[in-house]
Every structure is written in C-alpha cells, then in structure tokens.
Design a protein around this ligand. Structure first.
Ligand code: NDP
Ligand code: HSE
Length: 403
C-alpha cells in the first residue's frame, strides 16, 4: 500500500482528496497497488468533512510515520511550506506540490535534497494548473534544443481580461468572480501584478534551459495598467491583450525572460485563449512550435495534475526521476532590451507627431477617443529605441506586440 498525506485542505488540497477518492479504483489499477489518503493537515477544522478522522494539526505526526510515502504540499507560500517540504524530503518521503512560489524560489535546493534522500520532488501542477506541460517539456520534447517558451500562465488575469472585454465587468467585479471560483492566489496581487506568471516562467525556463531562474531576475509587469481604452484600440485591428510570460534562449546560453501584457494578433493561437484557460507555446529546433492548452487554475483541474504526480511516484517509489536542473547565477538572465518587436503606443500626440517621431506607424481608432489622444502600432524596434523616439512625450500606454 502507498500512503499519502495532504498538507493544506484548501481549493487544491480538497480537490486532491476528492480525486483520490472518486477515482480511487482506477488509480489503484494504474499503480498496481492500493493508494490511500492517511492524513490531512490544516490549521482549520473541518468537522463536517467525510475525511474528518484523518485530520491532524501536528506535522511531526506525518513526518514520523514510516507508512507515509508521499506528502502533497498544497498550503502555498514559501515559509511553512518550505519547512514542511524540507522535513518531509529529509525523512525520505517524496513531495508533490502545486506551489509555484516555493519551486521558483527554492526548487534547486529542494530537488538536490530529494536526490540526496532517494525520493522525488514533483510539481506538474505548479505551471498551467491541469495542463500537462512540465513532463512533456522534459520527456516528450527531450530530443529538442528548446529555443523559446511563450505562455498565458495565469488563469486569474486571463479570466479578468476576458470578463472585462466580453461582459463589460469592472476590474474589481471580474477579480471577485475569479476569487469566488478559487482561481486567485491568497493575495491576488500576485496574480494581478504578474508575480504568479513570473514564478511559472522561472520554472519553465529552468526545465527548458537547465539552470535555476529566480523570480527577482525576471522583469515583471502585470495587468493593472491595462485599460478598456487599450482593449478597444487593440480590438479595432483584431488584436487581444494578453499577459504573457516569455523565456528565450540566447546564443550565448543566457536566458531572456520577462512577464508583460502584450498585444497578440488574431493569427496567433494564444489570442483565442480565454477565461481561466492557459496556453503555453514551446519552440524546439526539431519539433518547431508546439502548444499546450487547458484549464490553468481551479480545484479539480489542478488536482488532476497533482494526483498524476502522486501516481507517477506510487508506481515506483524509489525511481530517480532526474527532473532537476543546475544552479542559477546572477548573470544568467538578460533583459528584453535586445528583443525587437512592433509596439502599441497610446500617447498625447497628433498623428503627424506620431509619424515624425516613430516613422511609418499604423494609426488606430476607437469610439469616443478624446481629442489629442493618438494610438498606433510601430514597425519592429527595441524598447530603448522606442523610448528614445518618444522621449519627452506624455504616454498613457506602451505595450509590446507579439510578432
Ligand atoms: P488555499 O488558500 O485555498 O488552501 C491552502 C490551505 O492551507 C488553507 O486551508 C489554509 O488555511 C491552509 N494552511 C495555511 N497555513 C497552514 C499551515 N501552517 N498548516 C496547515 N495548513 C495551512 O490555497 P489553494 O489551494 O488555492 O493553493 C494552494 C497552492 O496551490 C498555492 O501554492 C497556489 O499557488 C497553488 N495553486 C493553486 C491553484 C488554484 O487554482 N487555486 C492552481 C494551481 C496552483 P487558511 O485558509 O486558514 O489559511
Ligand atoms: N492563481 C493562479 C492562477 C492559480 O490564477 O493562474 C494557478 O496557478
């Protein structure tokens, strides 16, 4: 028998218990053993839960029970989750998590610890919710030199943008819906300000390019400054505004990684990714482009990915899964300043001034635009080049266009 403990019985943790129970028969068949939920640890009490007998408050009960093989960490954050994960791995128990903050900040050391103690640290659910992406990246695409990854990596912000555009909701209303659906982080500024997408692109970059990329190395901009005016201008030429995480391998082995809202043309499949869905486009030197799509957040989709990791480990508790990467370094990540792309600009300029400064621009229109506002798309150039051309101009919005 393989025994499992869940730490944190919130949205994801309760989903894991539900999937282990509902699909228990087929999970046992696939593992060729019995997989059983022995403990649930949470700070809260759940007197009406069907699992009420399995709740504990003291992590050392789990840590010291030799029958527990796999610990599922779904508490979140990088404090108590780090302590419990470290203690579980040191006790020789494999750990499965959906906690991208912990993986992005401490993944390298935790993977080393798992290896030292002959167990596994798996985190498929930490990127893209229910989408199979990490295992395909390291297994199915293993024959490729991976060149770049571009993804809609945050369900909450994609949901907010979709609801604002499609249903005319305010930002606050759309965020409240995302929270009610269990998509948002405990502190939703992590979603809105791009930190969650940043953590996910760090994990993808580490797996794709083999070195730890830390969140504080990645320039990050969220959706807070995206306005309905920008959405309308983008829409007038068939573009959607999407928060993208990007990681691009440089010829010298360094990594250009950043998170920012982009205008995405209708010709790119990422433009059609709506609601809580995420999509990750991966480019490799043999496969060309491949795209992974599905629900990026939510109780059962995320639990699906967590339990898949549990099944993988339960099939062979001691297999060396070699899903680790090398250490990071301060000079590994380079800024996006070298990256050439077209730009969307909304500024206090006349059309003539826009052309004088930025050359042959494509002017955009929207209903109700005030006098003196000008929005346009530029030819491809780097950000420093654009900023020089716009020096001294009062700009309302500058967004990169995904070429
Ligand atoms: P929740 O806040 O819903 O669940 C976390 C649970 O852990 C809560 O019940 C919380 O209690 C409990 N908890 C807090 N501190 C402790 C502690 N010291 N010991 C035991 N239990 C504790 O979070 P989610 O389920 O949404 O997210 C969990 C992780 O999964 C996060 O890292 C998140 O980023 C990630 N994730 C979430 C997804 C989603 O769709 N929600 C999707 C993919 C990943 P209390 O509420 O009282 O603090
Ligand atoms: N808050 C995250 C999101 C959860 O909205 O994408 C999934 O990682």
């Amino acid at each position: 028998m393989v025994q499992v403990a869940i730490l944190g019985f919130g949205t994801v943790g309760s989903g894991v218990a539900e999937v282990l129970t509902t699909n228990g028969g087929l999970i046992d068949q696939r593992v060729n053993d019995l997989v059983r939920l022995k403990y649930i640890l949470d700070v809260r009490d759940f007197p009406d839960s069907p699992y009420k007998e399995r709740f504990v408050k003291d992590f050392s009960v789990i840590e010291n029970d030799p029958e527990v093989d796999i610990v599922v960490e779904t508490i979140g954050g990088a404090k108590i989750a780090l302590e419990f994960t470290t203690r579980a791995l040191k006790a020789g128990k494999s750990v499965v998590t959906s906690n991208k903050e912990l993986v992005a900040t401490h993944g390298y050391e935790l993977l080393q610890l798992a290896r030292e103690h002959g167990c596994s640290y798996l985190f498929e659910a930490s990127v893209g919710g229910g989408i199979p992406i990490l295992r395909p990246l390291t297994s199915c695409l293993a024959a490729n030199e991976l060149e770049q990854i571009t993804g809609i990596l945050n369900g909450t912000t994609n949901y907010i943008l979709t609801r604002m555009i499609r249903a005319g909701l305010t930002f606050e209303q759309a965020l409240a819906e995302a929270q009610a659906n269990g998509y948002a982080e405990k502190d939703p500024t992590a979603d809105v300000d791009g930190h969650d997408a940043c953590r996910k692109i760090c994990i993808l970059a580490a797996l794709a390019f083999g070195r730890h990329v830390y969140p504080d190395q990645v320039a990050t901009q969220g959706i807070r400054d995206v306005t309905l005016e920008d959405v309308a201008y983008a829409d007038s030429v068939g573009y959607k505004i999407k928060l993208l995480g990007r990681a691009i391998r440089q010829p010298d082995g360094k990594v250009c990684a950043f998170v920012a809202p982009h205008l995405v043309p209708a010709s790119n499949p990422l433009s059609g990714v709506e609601d809580v869905f995420n999509a990750i486009s991966v480019t490799g030197n043999a496969i060309g482009d491949a795209m992974f799509y599905g629900r990026g957040a939510g109780k059962l989709p995320t639990a699906s990915a967590v339990v898949a990791d549990v099944i993988d480990i339960a099939k062979d508790l001691k297999r060396d899964r070699r899903n680790d990467w090398g250490p990071g370094s301060p000079d590994l990540v380079v800024s996006a300043d070298c990256l050439t792309s077209p730009w969307y600009v909304r500024a206090k300029l006349s059309a003539v001034q826009a052309r004088e400064r930025c050359g042959d621009v494509q002017l955009l229109a929207r209903n109700g635009a005030p006098a003196g506002e000008c929005a346009f798309l530029t030819a491809p150039m780097t950000e420093p080049e654009l900023l020089e051309k716009l020096s001294g101009v009062e700009t309302d919005s500058i967004l990169r266009v995904l070429a």
